[in-house]
Design a binder for this molecule. Structure first.
Ligand SMILES: [Zn+2]
Length: 327
């Protein structure tokens, strides 16, 4: 909608040939009369699409991590910066892995842009990052220990937070397009019912689980999810850790937890190399635990989206994995 005169036709051509799935990829905001919405992370994009419903076709909706880049390593390219600076609504998490956003928002050319920061939207529900017993401390974090507390940014993994955020997204969309407000509110209500059902299903799973602890041989971004349902956890690293090596102490501690709690499953997150999980298994008494994966949606690519991946389908898969592991 907000018009910029510089056309980058060469770049446009490259981007369009590279487009595997229509408006999913970083399509250039070519039709300047369309409302443009930019989301950094997959759940933000998926929720916005749910609320827009049939109107999504009339909106330029950009998901910045669509080519499979990971939240923690993504940096915007020049075209991303232009798309962000001109958009009508920008949605981001606002945690430690999106420190680039401050710079991007300084370049904004649209004075009416709505900016939605998930960490602000959930307010008091934001949790401080927890260095739990047995976890490998980040070198960086030791130095920062005296400074302000770092908040756990993986807020989208709580279904309850998802409902709060969808409500905020709907409010912003209704302000941008008051003529569509009724449609958006109807879509939000229908989607909230599905989130309620998902929330209940997770609660039932936790209630009937014979084990209420998960052990991760990996980073742990799922604190918001497990806290919602009274599930305890142990993990090798905090959610945003850049560490890839676990110490002998960490591996031994987690192996002893598996033994002590008699757990038959150790968890990893998507794209894990499983070497830490395997090292932990081989340090246990029985050495026969299975490895299961929970998807934290930090690198959902356009192929997965074209294949039908959504916040709901991915969380339902996570639910099934937990159901089997904690049975
Ligand atoms: Zn993170």
């Amino acid at each position: 909608m907000f018009k910029k005169l510089t056309a980058i036709s060469a770049l446009t051509a490259v981007l369009f040939t590279g487009c595997s799935a229509g408006n999913i990829a970083n399509a250039v905001n070519q039709e300047s009369d369309k409302i443009s919405i930019v989301c950094t992370l997959f759940p933000e994009y998926d929720w916005t699409k749910e609320i827009l419903g049939g109107q999504a076709d009339n909106i330029e909706l950009t998901y910045l991590l669509s080519n499979g880049l990971e939240l923690h390593t993504y940096q915007p390219n020049a075209q991303d910066m232009i798309t962000i600076s001109e958009c009508d609504m920008f949605v981001y998490v606002g945690g430690e892995s999106e420190s680039w956003v401050d710079d991007a928002l300084r370049e904004v050319t649209n004075p009416d842009m709505k900016v939605i920061r998930l960490m602000d939207v959930i307010g008091d529900a934001a949790k401080e990052e927890e260095l739990k017993e047995g976890m490998e401390a980040d070198d960086e974090e030791d130095e920062d220990a005296e400074e302000e507390p770092e908040y756990d940014e993986h807020v989208w993994l709580s279904v309850k937070n998802a409902e709060t955020i969808c409500n905020a997204l709907c409010n912003a969309l209704c302000e941008i397009q008051p003529e569509q407000a009724e449609t958006y509110r109807t879509n939000l209500n229908a989607y909230t019912e599905k989130l309620d059902k998902l929330d209940n299903d997770f609660a039932e799973m936790a209630d009937s689980a014979s084990v209420k602890t998960v052990v991760f041989g990996d980073r742990f971004p799922f604190r918001y999810l497990v806290d919602d349902y009274g599930i305890d956890y142990y993990a090798a690293f905090v959610g945003c850790s850049a560490e890839t090596e676990a110490s002998f102490e960490t591996i031994t501690f987690l192996a002893e937890k598996l033994d002590e709690l008699n757990l038959d499953t150790i968890f990893t997150i998507e794209n894990a190399d499983e070497s830490i999980a395997k090292a932990i298994i081989s340090s246990t008494k029985n050495k026969n635990q299975q490895i299961a994966m929970l998807n934290s949606m930090q690198s959902v690519n356009s192929d997965a989206i074209a294949g039908g991946a959504s916040y709901l389908t991915i969380m339902q898969e996570n639910l099934q994995v937990l159901k089997e592991a904690l049975n």
